[in-house]
Every structure is written in C-alpha cells, then in structure tokens.
Design a protein around this ligand. Structure first.
Ligand code: HDE
Length: 706
C-alpha cells in the first residue's frame, strides 16, 4: 500500500467532515472560492494566509500530526494563554462606556477642567463588580459592589475607584490581605465561593471591631441590589479638591442613581443566582443596547479642617461617613452609560483602575487605607496584565497627549523616535527633538498638607484616637433603617452566623452587636436560639448620632416604572388585544415587558397568534419586578398543577411584588395557592399603575424574619 498521501483519499475524508459552514465542508467552500463576508482572508498572527482552518497537518490521513504545522501550533499556543490572572478581588465585573457632563461647575473649589465649565463633557469607562467571587461566579451573592469610574479628562485620567457602600471594613491597608483571605474561599477546602457566610470571614470580623459599621451595611439590602443601575456609588475616602489659587478643601464623592435605589430580598437573590447567574451583567448590557441609558449624578460633600475637627469621628477613617443631613451632597454633574463594550476581554477585563490616577485639582488625604491603595493597584496591574506598559491598552490609554521618557518594557507598542530618552538633554540645541519638559504651572502639584492634628508627625505604627470608635456609626446605620429593613438585617445576621460552625465566633459577634443595638443583638440570639453573651468591651464608648434617613433604601420611596421589567404570562386562547394593551401601558411608563408562556413558539390566541419571549419554566418570576397573568380558565386550570407555574406565583408573592390577575388566574391558581388579594395582588386594571412597587407589609405574612 502506498505510503504517500493520495490527494483523492484526503479529499474524500474531508468531505465527510462538517465545518460548521452551513453544513458545507471546507473542501466545498474552498472549491467555490468563497472566503466569507467581505472577501477577507484568514491569516496567521504574522500575516500568512491560511489555506485550511479545519484540518491539522498530518503525515497521511490516518497518520500523526506534524510539529511543522505552524498554523496549528500558533493557534493552540495563543489559545493556551487566553486567560490572564483574574483580579484578586472584584474579579467578576461588567463594564460600559459613558460620558460625564458637568452640570453645576465648581471652579472655585477645584481647578480640574472636567468640573470647571457647565456642559463640559468627559468620556468615561465604568466597571461594576462583586468583591469576593471569582470571575465566573454569579452576579447576586450578598456582597459589596465595586463602582469604578475612569474619566478620560483633557488633563489625564482620573479614576474614582469606589464601592456602592460609603465605608469600608478596615481602617488601615495593612489589614487588607487578611480581610480578603478571610472572606474568600477557605484555604484548605476551596469553598464557599462568593459568600461571606462562613467561619473564617466571621472569625476575622469578630476579632476586628472596626468592621462593625461595614457589617451593618453588608447585612442590609444594599448588598443584594436589584441592578447595577440602581446602586449608589461612593469614593469612600476623604479626598481633596484644590482650586487655581492653591486652596484646598476636603471632599467625599457620591454617585446617585437616576433610576433610584433598589434592592432584591435574600430569597429572591438566591433564586436569581440559579435562574440567571448573569442577571446584573445581562441587565446592564440589555438596557444599554435598548437605548435605556443608565445615569448617575455625581455629588460632592465639601468641607474644611474646621468642620472635620468638630465631628465625633475622624474624616480620615474609611469606616466612617458624613451623614448627608449634616453635610448635604451637592450635585456637580451627570454620567450616562451609553455604549456597551465591543469586546469583554479587551475592555472590561483589561481595564486597569488606579486610585493614584488623579488630575490637577484633585488630591489625596492622609486616609491610611487610601494611602495603601495608591501602591496596590499599580502593583497588581503588572501581575495581571503582565507588563508595565498596561497603560497602552486602548481602554487604559489617556485620550489627551501623553509623552515622557519611560521606554521599553514587555509588549512595548509605541515606536519612539530620536535619541532623547533622558532628561535634561540639550539635543534641541543640535536641531534634534529633545522631547517633553516638566510644566511647573499646569502640572500636578501635591497639596502641601499641613495637618494641624498630626501631632508633629513622628513615625509610629499607630492609629488616630477617634479611629477607636467602632460602634457609633454602626448604630447610626441600624437606627436609620425602616423596621422591615432592620428585620432584613437581623435575618441576614442570623443566616450568616448559622453557617458559622465555630460557636465561639458566633458568640463574639453577638457580644459586639450589643454595643450597636441591644434589640438587634437579641433578635439575632433568638434567631439562632443561642443565649446572648456578655457585651464586648468597647475601646471607646459610642456616641449618639442623629438618625440619617438617607442611609435607608426604602426612605427614598417606591421605585419608578422606568427601567423595571414586567412579565405577562399568557397561554393559548388569551386575548391578544388585551396583552398588547397591557404591554403598551407598561412600555409607555418606561418599563419593559417580557412575554412568558408555557411554550415559546407561536401560540393561537383570541385575535391572532403570539410568540413568547421566554418559556415559563426558564423565566421564573424572580427575574421580574412585577408579574401579571392573562389566561383562559382551561389554561389556568392546567397551569395550576404545574410546579414551575405555581412557583412563579408563590415567589412573586413571597418577594412582595405586584401581581396582576385575571378572573381565571385568581380562581384557578391564586385562590388554590392561598394568595389573597392585597394592596399588591390586584386585578389587571390596577396592575400597570402600581407594578414597580414592592409591598413590604406583606412580608411578615409570608416569611419568618428575625
Ligand atoms: Fe480595592 N483593589 N483595595 N478597594 N478595589 C482592587 O485592583 C485594595 C478598597 C475597589 O473594576 C485590586 O485592579 C487594597 C476600597 C474596586 O477593576 C487591588 C485596599 C475600595 C476594585 C485592590 C482596597 C476598593 C478594586 C484588584 C485596602 C472602595 C475593582 C484588581 C487598602 C473605595 C476595580 C485591581 C475594577 C480592585 C486593592 C480597598 C474598591 C488588589 C490594598 C476601600 C471597585 O489592587
């Protein structure tokens, strides 16, 4: 038998393989000379045209693959290295492009150009994230959300790398690796993923009372948001604004969502994790794709040393906030996210935020957490993106001119010309390009902070006195919540501590809770069926602060219809005109509608046929803000025995959502499930008006809360 390759045999073998080209083989496609849309040619990374992207090079049709196959080796080599290290924290994120527009300029406070003129627009890139889970984890665990914004200003990139909570767990950067180790998967067993409800996290918390304020936020509904579009953002640290005369004020940055604040409830968040692990990513992408651009107002709280000195907390302590009722937030501009990324990896994964990216007019404070971050982010980009030249990646590159004498390094993509790679040089005197020079007038100058309260500035491993108050603001937060929100917090604590197997850790947490609020501590102890331990000694006795309604989500009122998603359940025989009228009413009010039916293909209705957007079992009610059903009696009867259908209504009811019913739905489904009409379980004619509201007064009837 001939050992050489027979062209005819290899052709025959190729004909049997399906290339995915509409059922055609490679041979069929290439015989026709069709190279796909636009007649573009597939090449290697070095530009050589590839003749066959379906078969590796073999010594005979049944022979071994050859090392010589540079097309195969290059393709596999690149593929093998497609993943880069995920972020050590905030690994799971979603990004989008936007624009920031200054609406209320503050040139008297800052010389930063983006805040200096009304109507001034600055491009932005935003990445929202969870903190603890890996890049492939779900979107809805109980977790803090990152809210990182890169402003591509005319004066360089300003990165405001914040969270959706205005305070942080720890006060000093030296504790960050401990905190992160404690909250991530436990070191020996590699679980739990994206969850704080485990021994090591609560062990750390119980031993670090400075975490208590943040723990109150973490146990509140702030950490189970409805959407990225409905979270607030905070710069967390105190920063400085510096004006053209060199005068500085302190500042805290806030982002206020135009769609209002909204969260889910815990049972709902858990179920969403299964129904749609990409719930937040999908929500953001789809909203932007549909032209419903989410927006946030940027606000500032501006204050001076004298104000800072009068507060019962230290403004350099990142575990403390300044209540808005004490110092109002002044809106300076609005950011609108108006463009999805073209490529997730190139943009969302490779974006590198640096709190050290500031522009003239914005400066740091001595917050010891912030100071640590100024090192950490630059350092981490080298290990994640692999090169000191990560700033050249398009999403990271400044939009304004950038030139200096830094050279070379891995993956250098620029080709600098000339000899000037040092400064000072006098090459210009010889007619050569001498390169850029420093700019004393317009360049960034650090505000020469003269902090009177810094006791002479000896080098000490020490924290300022008021940092020792760990409970006043934890109490402020708890007592500023509405009763149902307090019940959610107590229940969250019970849930989390119930997952803690070290009993002494549960005890120690409860002992600390007693410093925050005795009633809260008692509810948690009752919920765990454990005796309340003695109160933990406090390093500093808490002071009473005036309640701050701005800290409550519900005090902001019911959400608007704009940006909310409503499901209409129908089946064969439903009235098409009625469905269309309902859809129209919801869309007119700014909501979006998903049509759900037991089968997705076209169903025969009264008045025509209609295809559903989602199949009932795959579109559980947790994915919607409100649901209604428009069914004929026979179909309602059939659905009344279907598990997915029953759960659909039970969950909508249990999550305190508005449910709109037709007579058949009420008689055949709701009545049998024991779902009684209330302020939010209403006939269809009232549904559209109140759809986005949550009916929290229903909750004590459907769930035991701590
Ligand atoms: Fe971060 N943080 N962090 N952090 N952080 C990172 O940087 C760090 C802190 C925040 O979407 C890392 O590029 C230290 C506070 C966000 O890409 C890392 C300390 C706040 C993001 C890092 C803190 C944040 C990060 C991981 C204590 C709210 C995601 C990958 C001193 C104000 C940014 C990376 C994105 C990411 C370090 C504390 C927010 C390791 C050392 C406080 C939103 O550098």
């Amino acid at each position: 038998m001939a050992r050489t390759q027979s062209p005819d045999r290899s052709k025959a073998a190729k004909f049997e393989q399906n290339t995915g080209n509409g059922g055609e083989t490679h041979q069929q496609v290439s015989e026709r000379g069709d190279h796909g849309a636009g007649e573009t040619h597939l090449t290697t990374n070095h530009g050589t045209r590839v003749s066959d992207n379906q078969n590796s090079l073999k010594a005979g049709a049944r022979g071994p693959a050859l090392l010589e196959d540079f097309v195969l080796r290059e393709k596999i080599f690149h593929f093998d290295h497609e993943r880069i290290p995920e972020r050590i924290v905030h690994a799971r994120g979603s990004g989008a492009h936007g624009v920031f527009e200054c609406t209320n300029p503050i040139p008297e406070l800052t010389k930063a150009g983006l805040l200096g003129t009304k109507g001034k627009k600055t491009e932005t890139f935003v990445r929202f994230s969870t903190v603890a889970g890996g890049a492939g984890s779900v979107d809805t665990p109980r977790d803090v959300r990152g809210f990182a914004v890169k402003f591509y200003t005319d004066e360089g990139n300003w990165d405001l790398v914040g969270n959706n909570i205005p305070v942080f767990f720890i006060q000093d950067a030296i504790k960050f690796p401990d905190l992160v180790h404690a909250v991530k998967m436990e070191a020996d067993r590699g679980y739990p993923q994206a969850a704080s409800a485990h021994d090591t996290f609560w062990d750390f918390v119980s031993l670090m009372p400075e975490t208590m304020h943040m723990i109150m936020w973490a146990m509140s509904d702030r950490t189970i948001p409805r959407s990225f579009r409905t979270i607030e953002g905070f710069g967390v640290h105190t920063f400085r604004l510096v004006n053209a005369s060199g005068e500085a004020k302190f500042v805290k940055f806030h982002w206020k969502p135009v769609l209002g604040l909204q969260s889910t409830c815990w049972d709902e968040a858990v179920k969403i994790a299964g129904a749609d692990p990409d719930y937040h990513r999908r929500d953001l992408f789809e909203a932007i794709a549909a032209g419903n651009f989410p927006a946030w107002d940027l606000g500032v709280q501006v204050f001076d040393e004298a104000f800072a000195a009068k507060q019962p907390y230290d403004v350099l302590d990142a575990t403390k906030l300044i209540p808005e009722e004490v110092l109002p937030v002044q809106v300076v501009g609005r950011m609108t996210l108006n463009r999805n990324v073209d490529n997730f990896f190139a943009e969302t994964e490779q974006v590198a935020f640096l709190p050290s990216n500031v522009v003239p007019g914005i400066d740091f404070s001595n917050d010891p957490l912030l100071q640590g971050r100024l090192f950490s982010y630059l350092d981490t980009q080298k290990s994640r993106l692999g090169t000191t030249n990560f700033h050249q990646i398009p999403v990271n590159a400044p939009r304004c001119p950038m030139q200096n004498f830094q050279r070379d390094g891995m993956m250098q993509t620029k080709v600098p010309t000339g000899r000037a790679n040092y400064e000072p040089n006098s090459l210009a005197e010889a007619g050569e390009d001498g390169g850029p020079r420093e700019c004393p007038e317009t360049g960034f100058t650090t505000f020469a902070a003269n902090d009177e309260r810094n006791d002479g500035g000896e080098k000490l491993r020490i924290r300022a006195e008021l940092f020792a108050d760990h409970y006043s603001q934890a109490r402020l937060f708890y007592r500023s919540q509405q009763p149902i929100e307090q019940a959610h917090m107590a229940s969250a604590l019970v849930f989390e501590l119930s997952k803690v197997t070290l009993l002494h850790v549960r005890d120690r947490v409860m002992a600390r809770l007693r410093n925050i609020d005795e009633d809260l501590a008692k509810r948690v102890a009752d919920g765990l069926a454990m005796p309340l331990p003695a109160k933990a000694p406090a390093a500093r006795e808490p002071v009473e602060m005036q309640a701050s309604p701005a800290l409550s989500i519900l005090a902001h009122g019911q959400p608007p219809m704009e940006g909310r998603k409503v499901a209409i359940l129908f089946d064969e025989g439903s009235d098409l005109a009625a469905i269309e009228a309902m859809k129209g009413a919801i869309e007119k009010a700014g909501g979006s509608v998903m049509l759900v039916a037991p089968k997705v293909g076209a169903l025969k209705l009264k008045g025509g046929t209609l295809a559903a957007d989602g199949q009932l079992a795959g579109s559980p009610s947790v994915l919607f803000d409100a649901v209604c059903a428009m069914l004929m009696p026979e179909q309602a009867k059939k659905l009344a025995m279907d598990g997915a259908a029953k759960q659909w209504f039970m969950d909508a009811h249990g999550h305190c959502k508005t449910i709109g019913f037709c007579p058949a739905t009420k008689a055949e489904i709701l009545d049998k499930l024991g779902i009684e009409p209330d302020a939010g379980v209403v006939p269809l004619d009232r549904f559209a008006k109140i759809a986005p509201a949550r009916h929290w007064d229903r909750e004590p009837k459907v769930r035991m809360l701590a």
